[in-house]
Design a protein around this ligand. Structure first.
Ligand SMILES: Cc1cc2nc3c(=O)[nH]c(=O)nc-3n(C[C@H](O)[C@H](O)[C@H](O)COP(=O)(O)OP(=O)(O)OC[C@H]3O[C@@H](n4cnc5c(N)ncnc54)[C@H](O)[C@@H]3O)c2cc1C
Length: 509
């Protein structure tokens, strides 16, 4: 049982920032480049291209910066967990070195833009640590250290870290950074506006049509005719039969922002084992806020969501002497089969529609690197990193095994949902709770809101027909197969699904 009170509603600290708002697109327009998605990828790409005099239009289905970028922990680092030993084994030293270099180039660009535009975004240089408290992970840490040495990454192997945690070992990567992502991106949006970028919010892209040029088709039936389209929509809104849903899996994670009686010693931390624990601080109104993240699991799977927050609270209480829990939030990110993002043409031969996705919770650097690579493609500038991120690549090892795993898991959840003959009693439903029951044979999810109004939806996901599960922490219906999420009224929060859940009439008793 929690000792400290969790905030009732999820709200990321970053979203306290006052952001510009934009109207909905209400006509068809033309642009050189149409960007779908106003997160770090879309906004950075819009900035880079508009600097080079491209006419850019950026649309977002929601408000800008309310997707994963608004719910991140915003470490800017090339230390993406334990990855370099694995990359060297699977794709060789040269490509692993390129991955590291691309992330460091992204960090450099962020620094350059902060300096150039005098952006006040709590940017701080910090060392990054992967630690383990488990003897079983010692060899992996040692191998990671050897990989750092091969790649000449400035680093140290440690048996203690500045933070008071019982650890066995840690690998430290020097000179990484952290910032307030929305203070930073808000200024890039202002710069984009000066460069003529047109932003539209509450404007959903549903398809691409081809005439002479690609046209982004919006839900309201308007067209953005452009020479290049960038799907920076987190999960690509347009697939071109490339089956991105079968080549990536979504993982949710949770964050608590706490105040502590302890003094933070500096550094950014993540453990190697499960459950994940990620730790950094950021300046808050009443002193530093400690961001404690982790508890990753596949979207729509696992235990009741609120337990994940409780576990982070227990970890924080045990080690960091909590004063107050000020914010809580959660979000998901996508991981590709070989853990390298997909950045480039959506499919082979379709050279003017691009995707950037699969950042594995390292999108501050991966998203910025993606923006640099996509801008280079459009300006026809050679880019030394583009090849390893090519979405159409095929790496037999370990891809095939992982592909089978992802899709066997989907099949398992598809079947489990169909065999779940839930018939819970509606009469027992309390305020702010949901049940799954059967109405006229349809598996129906019913949420009772604060005003005691019932919202009933057909739980069959509109993507490929799996059964969605209730997420009590975010009050959403989440799909365990491919990570689509829906509000309790059935609207799409995130894809791959494009259509809302069907509403169900609750019969009078
Ligand atoms: C809990 C958590 C912690 C993390 N911590 C870190 C960290 O410390 N460091 C790090 O580097 N990375 C971290 N990440 C990862 C990082 O936050 C993400 O990889 C990154 O923010 C993704 O940015 P994006 O621009 O691709 O997507 P998003 O920020 O999700 O932006 C996509 C946008 O597209 C819009 N959209 C979607 N579909 C459509 C459509 N059809 N039409 C129009 N618009 C659409 C959405 O509304 C959204 O605004 C973390 C992720 C999570 C979940």
């Amino acid at each position: 049982m929690s000792e400290n009170q969790l905030p009732q509603f999820p709200e990321p600290f970053w979203r306290e920032t006052e952001l510009p708002t934009f109207k909905k697109l209400d006509t068809s327009i033309k642009a050189d480049v149409g960007i779908v998605g106003g997160g770090i990828t879309g906004i950075t790409t819009a900035y880079l291209l508009s600097k080079q005099n491209f006419k850019v239009v950026l649309i977002d289905s929601d408000e800008i910066l309310n997707g994963t970028t608004g719910h991140t922990t915003a470490k800017i680092t090339a230390q993406h967990g334990l990855i370099y030993d694995e990359f060297i084994k699977h794709m060789g030293e040269e490509k692993a070195a390129k991955y590291y270099k691309a992330a460091m180039k992204a960090k450099e660009l962020i620094e350059k833009l902060i300096t150039e535009h005098k952006i006040d975004c709590d940017y701080e240089q910090q060392d990054a640590y992967v630690y383990t408290s488990d003897d079983g992970y010692m060899m992996q840490l040692e191998n990671e250290m050897k990989a750092y040495e091969k790649l000449q990454i400035s680093s140290e192997f440690l048996s203690e870290i500045p933070l008071k945690l019982p650890i066995k070992a840690a690998v430290k990567m020097h000179d990484q950074a952290q910032f307030h992502p929305l203070k930073y991106l808000k200024e890039l949006v202002q710069e984009c506006k000066k460069n003529g970028v047109l932003f539209y919010e509450n404007t959903t892209a549903v398809d691409i049509e081809y005439n002479k040029h690609p046209n982004i088709v919006t839900r309201d039936g308007h067209r953005i005719t452009c020479n290049h389209v960038i799907a920076a929509s987190h999960f690509p809104f347009y697939d071109k039969q490339s089956f991105y849903f079968a080549r990536m899996y979504p993982q949710r994670s949770y964050v608590l922002a706490i105040t502590s009686k302890l003094k933070f010693p500096g550094g950014m931390y993540i453990n190697a084992e499960n459950p994940t624990r990620s730790i950094r601080t950021t300046p808050g109104d009443k002193g530093p806020l400690w961001l404690i993240g982790g508890e990753s699991h596949k979207t729509g799977q696992g235990e009741s969501v609120i337990h994940h927050y409780e576990k982070l609270e227990q970890f924080s209480s045990k080690h960091f002497d909590i004063q107050d829990i000020v914010y809580r939030w959660s979000a998901q990110d996508l991981t590709t089969i070989d853990k390298v993002p997909y950045i480039g043409p959506v499919s082979k031969g379709e050279e003017n529609v691009y995707v950037a996705t699969g950042y594995r919770k390292w999108g501050m650097t991966n998203g910025t690197a993606a923006a640099m690579m996509l801008a280079d493609r459009i300006t026809e500038t050679p880019n030394e990193f583009a090849e390893i991120y090519e979405p159409s690549r095929f790496q037999p090892d370990p891809s095939v095994r992982k592909f089978m795993e992802i899709n066997a898991d989907v099949a398992k959840h598809m079947l489990k949902g169909k065999l779940d003959f839930s018939n819970n009693k509606l009469t027992e439903l309390k305020t702010d709770e949901a049940v799954v029951t059967r109405i006229n044979g349809t598996r129906t999810g019913i949420y009772k809101d604060k005003k005691e109004t019932l919202h009933a939806v057909d739980t069959t996901c509109t993507h490929l027909g799996c059964e969605v599960e209730w997420n009590s922490g975010d009050r959403s219906w989440d799909c365990p197969c491919h990570g689509s999420r829906f509000t309790y009224e059935g609207s799409v929060i995130e894809g791959p699904a494009k259509k809302p859940l069907a509403k169900v009439e609750i019969p009078n008793e």
